[in-house]
Design a protein around this ligand. Structure first.
Ligand code: B12
Length: 439
C-alpha cells in the first residue's frame, strides 16, 4: 500500500473510532466516570437505594431510573420494582400523581424497556404518555389563570423531557417559550435553582436532537435558552467542584455533560466535580435514597437522555445482594438541648420559641414532634410523605400554598438548611426555626 493509502486508512479508522465514542451512551465525556477502584462507592449507593425500599411507601420511579442507568444490575430487584411501579401507576396515576411524577414514571418505564403507553397491572391498562399530555395541559392552564404552574418549573422541565423522549404531543416552539429565562421559573426564594435549570437543559437538548427538524426561529430560541441556562449553572460552580449545593451537583453534571458545545474550553472540570461527589459518599451525604438516585447516573457518566438507548437484554446480572438488610447499632446516647422557633415570616402574625431536649443524633423532625407534644397550641404541624421524606405543609394551622408561592422554610442559626426535617441531624445549642416564607 502507498503512503497516501496508509494515511487515508488510518484517518478512516480514527474517524470511525471517534464516531463510536460519540454514539456510546454518555457521549464524548467517557473519561468522566468512576474507575474500577471507585466502583465500590457506586455499588454502595445502589445497595442503599435498594435496601431503602419500604413496602408500605409508594414505589419510587427515580430509584428504578437510576438503577437502570447504572453499569451493574440486579435483574430480579429491578423487575420487582418495575412491577410495583406499574401497579401503582394503574391504581393512582390519574387522580393522585403530579405531572412530574407521571414524567418520572415514564422515564423509569422507558429505561426498563417497557412501553409507557401501555402499562398493565391487575387487569387494567394505562397510557402514561396520554396522561402526561393531559397533566401538562392542566399545568399550562394554571399558569394562564394564576401565573404559576400547579407544581413548579422543575416538573415542567421533566414533563417536556418525558414527552420529547416518547414523541408525545408537544410543540417545541411552545416548550421553548415556556422554559425560556425567567426569574419566577428558575429562582426559588431568591436563589437560582440549579436542579431546575439542569433538568431544563436536558429537556432542551432532547428537543434539539429528537423528532422533526426544527424551524430556524425555534432552533435559535432553544440555543439561546440553553446558553443562558448553562452560563447560570456554571456561575453556581464552587471552588470545591460542587455546583449549587451537593444535592444539585449530580443533575448539574448531567446537564453540563450534554452541553459541552455551549461551554468555553476548561469552563468546567468534570473530574473535580466527580471526585467531590465520591468523597461525600462515605460521609453519608447521600443516605437519603432520593439524593442517591439523583447523583448515581452522573457517576456512571450517563444522563436521563440515555433512557431510550438502553439495551435491556444485554444487561449483566452482576449486583448480588445479601438477604439481611444492614441495621444500625442501638446504643444509649446522651441528651442535647436546642431552641426551636416557629414564625410567620409573611404576615408576621406569630413568632413562638421553646427549648427542647432530645437524644443526640436526633433529626429536626423529632424536635418538632417533642415541641408539639409539649405545647400543641403553638407547635402543632402537619406534613405529607414525599419522595424526599416528610415535607412540612402547615404549622399552627397556617398552610403553605403553591398558588401564593408560600412554604415552610427550615433554618438553623438563621441559615436555610439543605436537607429536610427527616434527615437533618441537630446539634447541642442549635437554634432551629421553621419559618413561613415566600419563594
Ligand atoms: C420545587 C422545590 C421546592 C419547592 C416545593 C413547592 C413547589 N413549588 O413545588 C419549595 C421552594 C417550597 C421547596 C422547599 C424546600 N426544599 Co426543595 N426542591 C424543589 C425541587 C427544585 C423540585 C422538587 C420537585 O418538584 N420534584 C419532582 C416531583 C415529581 O417529585 P416529588 O417528590 O413529588 O416533589 C415534591 C417534594 O419533593 C416536595 N419537596 C420539595 N423540596 C423538598 C425538600 C424536602 C426535604 C422534602 C421532604 C420534600 C420536598 O415538593 C415537591 C412538589 O410537591 C427539588 C430539586 C430536586 N433535585 O429534586 C428541591 C429539593 C428537593 N429541595 C430541597 C430542600 C432542602 C428544601 C427545603 C428543606 C429548604 C429549606 N431550607 O426549607 C424546603 C422544604 C421544607 C419543608 N417544608 O419541609 C433539597 C433537598 C435535599 C435533601 N437532601 O433533602 C432539593 C434537592 C434542592 C437542593 N438541591 O438542595 N422545594
Amino acid at each position: 500500500m502507498t503512503g497516501d493509502g496508509e494515511m487515508r486508512r488510518t484517518l478512516v479508522i480514527m474517524l470511525v473510532g471517534l464516531l463510536l465514542l460519540y454514539l456510546a451512551p454518555g457521549g464524548l465525556c467517557q473519561g468522566c466516570a468512576v474507575n474500577e477502584a471507585e466502583r465500590p462507592l457506586v455499588r454502595d449507593l445502589q445497595k442503599k437505594m435498594i435496601y431503602s425500599v419500604n413496602v408500605s411507601a409508594p414505589p419510587n420511579p427515580s430509584i428504578l431510573l437510576a438503577l437502570r442507568l447504572a453499569q451493574e444490575h440486579n435483574k430480579r430487584i429491578e423487575q420487582d420494582m418495575l412491577n410495583k411501579l406499574s401497579q401503582d401507576a394503574v391504581e393512582r396515576a390519574v387522580v393522585s400523581f403530579s405531572s412530574g411524577q407521571v414524567a418520572l414514571h415514564i422515564l423509569a418505564q422507558q429505561a426498563s424497556c417497557s412501553d409507557p403507553r401501555c402499562i398493565s397491572a391487575n387487569g387494567s391498562t394505562i397510557n402514561l404518555v396520554r396522561l402526561l399530555e393531559q397533566k401538562f395541559k392542566a399545568e399550562l392552564q394554571n399558569i394562564a389563570i394564576h401565573g404559576n404552574p400547579l407544581t413548579n418549573f422543575y416538573q415542567l422541565s421533566l414533563d417536556v423531557l418525558a414527552l420529547c423522549q416518547l414523541n408525545g404531543r408537544l410543540s417545541p416552539a411552545r416548550a421553548s417559550a415556556l422554559l425560556s429565562p425567567g426569574h419566577k421559573k428558575y429562582y426559588l426564594g431568591g436563589q437560582f435553582s440549579v436542579d431546575t435549570a439542569a433538568v431544563a437543559v436536558l429537556a432542551h437538548v432532547c428537543l434539539q436532537t429528537r423528532g422533526q427538524p426544527l424551524p430556524p426561529k425555534v432552533y435559535k430560541k432553544i440555543r439561546q435558552n440553553v446558553q443562558w441556562l448553562v452560563d447560570k449553572i456554571l456561575a453556581e460552580k464552587r471552588i470545591d467542584g460542587e455546583i449549587g449545593n451537593i444535592y444539585s451537583t449530580g443533575l448539574a453534571m448531567q446537564a453540563l455533560s450534554v452541553s459541552s458545545s455551549y461551554q468555553k474550553p476548561g469552563a468546567w472540570n468534570c473530574l473535580q466535580t466527580l471526585h467531590r461527589v465520591l468523597d461525600k459518599i462515605p460521609q453519608g451525604t447521600f443516605k437519603n435514597p432520593m439524593a442517591a438516585s439523583q447523583v448515581l447516573s452522573s457517576l456512571e457518566n450517563r444522563t436521563y437522555l440515555d433512557v431510550s438507548r438502553l439495551n435491556c437484554s444485554m444487561d449483566p446480572d452482576n449486583l448480588p445482594l445479601s438477604t439481611a438488610r444492614p441495621t444500625s447499632p442501638t446504643t444509649c446516647l446522651p441528651s442535647i438541648r436546642v431552641t426551636y422557633t416557629v414564625a410567620d415570616g409573611v404576615n408576621n402574625t406569630f413568632n413562638d420559641s421553646i427549648s427542647v431536649t432530645v437524644t443526640q443524633g436526633s433529626v429536626f423532625f423529632k424536635v418538632m414532634e417533642v415541641a408539639q407534644d409539649k405545647d400543641p397550641s403553638k407547635f402543632s404541624f402537619t406534613y405529607t410523605q414525599s419522595s424526599w421524606g416528610p415535607y412540612i405543609t402547615s404549622v399552627q394551622g397556617l398552610q403553605a400554598d403553591n398558588n401564593h408561592r408560600t412554604y415552610w422554610q427550615l433554618l438553623s442559626n438563621g441559615i436555610p438548611l439543605s436537607q429536610g426535617a427527616g434527615d437533618y441531624v441537630v446539634s447541642n445549642s442549635e437554634r432551629l426555626e421553621v419559618k413561613f416564607t415566600m419563594y
